[in-house]
Design a protein around this ligand. Structure first.
Ligand code: GLU
Length: 357
């Protein structure tokens, strides 16, 4: 009896230690986040704290993380330097490198989310590109800053903290590639840069925010309306070179020359940053029709910050052989067309992509 008692006591103790241990580790379980650094102002340094000129990509991942040591309470962090450029020099090569690394890192159970530090200038291109080609439903979050790390009231540390918190948050899963800056969570499909200098530079006009975050505590309002991730048909697996697509800016008295030159230089696609509802002069429109007849896909987008470019509204796209960008701005229209042209597609199929993505 005594023996049974001591065996039972032993068993109870083992069970207690196991349950307490498991409870402790669940309570303490932190997400595993990988930071992929690409450069930009968030890693930038200036000579003084009140200087607007600075060199981007000067600060290491460790130094960025050390500026916000509290992130280590949110997640286990590892970092990798993918590139070190101001994002005006962001290239498809780097975007494809990012896409491949994200696919590798998110394939197993070891990584819960990805944070990409990036310059703000072309963040919308990289975010939208990754939104189309990354298949994971784990959070992939871009963060940047408008002020270098050495500035008074640098915005990078809190953006990084919030970005890591969102990447570590299971509620952020399945919402596509996100951008977290200045407390706002944007979808890659909607975000656009609207100010050259203000910290509140990103907006998601018309469709609105995915959510908000305050010191890492986040609220989510919606899922993206467009296709992305696992539902996207695009992939850059085994792709080494992407087709040339040019953006041409329209204005009053626009000539046909740049459209013709783009075709001559071998563009497979042209996006017009049109005036108003994707319009341009008669001369430019005629050049677009010439291009279309030669098999170059011409997409009419708009230089206007918000609103749709409608098919067959002011321009008869059916008759002229053109595509309307719907709600994609010129820079995102270019990304979609570049990926779409990896495969032979009819014009109406390309038009459908603009409604779906
Ligand atoms: N032009 C630089 C870049 O995009 C700095 C702008 C920024 O990061 O905010 O990387």
């Amino acid at each position: 009896m005594k023996q049974i008692d001591s065996k039972l006591r032993h068993l109870i103790m083992v069970a207690f230690v196991f349950i307490a241990g498991a409870g402790f580790s669940f309570g303490q379980k932190k997400a595993n986040i990988v930071i992929l650094a690409t450069g930009g102002t968030i890693a930038g340094a200036a000579g003084t704290s009140v200087q607007s000129g600075y060199t981007s990509g000067q600060v290491t991942i460790d130094a960025m993380v050390n500026a916000v040591p509290d992130v280590l309470k949110l997640a286990n962090i590892k970092g990798e330097q993918i590139s070190n450029v101001g994002s005006q020099d962001m290239s498809f090569e780097i975007m494809m490198k990012l896409a491949r690394r994200i696919a590798e890192l998110t394939a197993g159970n070891a990584v819960d989310g990805i944070v990409i530090t990036h310059g703000t200038d072309t963040m919308e291109e990289t975010a939208y590109f990754l939104n189309l080609v990354c298949k994971t439903d784990k959070p992939v979050v871009l963060v940047g800053s408008m002020r270098p790390s050495t500035a008074v009231s640098a915005d990078g540390p809190l953006n990084l903290y919030n970005g890591i918190a969102v990447a570590a948050d299971p509620n952020a899963k399945g919402r596509g590639v996100l951008l977290v800056m200045n407390d706002w969570i944007h979808s890659a499909q909607t975000l656009t840069k609207v100010s050259t200098t203000a910290v509140q530079t990103f907006m998601s006009p018309i469709r609105g925010l995915i959510g908000t975050t305050a010191y890492g505590v986040s609220e989510y309002y919606r899922y993206p309306y467009s296709k992305f991730g696992g539902k996207s048909e695009f992939s850059v697996e085994n792709v080494t070179k992407l087709p040339r697509v040019d953006i041409i800016y329209a204005d009053a008295d626009m000539s046909a020359d740049l459209v013709d030159a783009s075709v001559e230089k071998g563009a497979k696609g042209i996006v017009i940053a049109g005036v108003g509802n994707g319009n341009m002069t008669k001369a430019a429109l005629d050049a677009c029709v010439r291009a279309s007849k030669k098999g170059v896909v011409v997409v009419r987008s708009s230089r206007v910050a918000t609103g749709n470019v409608g098919r067959n509204v002011e321009v008869n796209d059916d008759e002229l052989g053109l595509v309307a960008s719907s709600d994609l701005n010129p820079q995102k229209s270019r990304i979609l067309l570049t990926l779409a042209l990896l495969k032979q597609r009819k014009l109406d199929e390309i038009q459908k992509l603009y409604y779906e993505y």
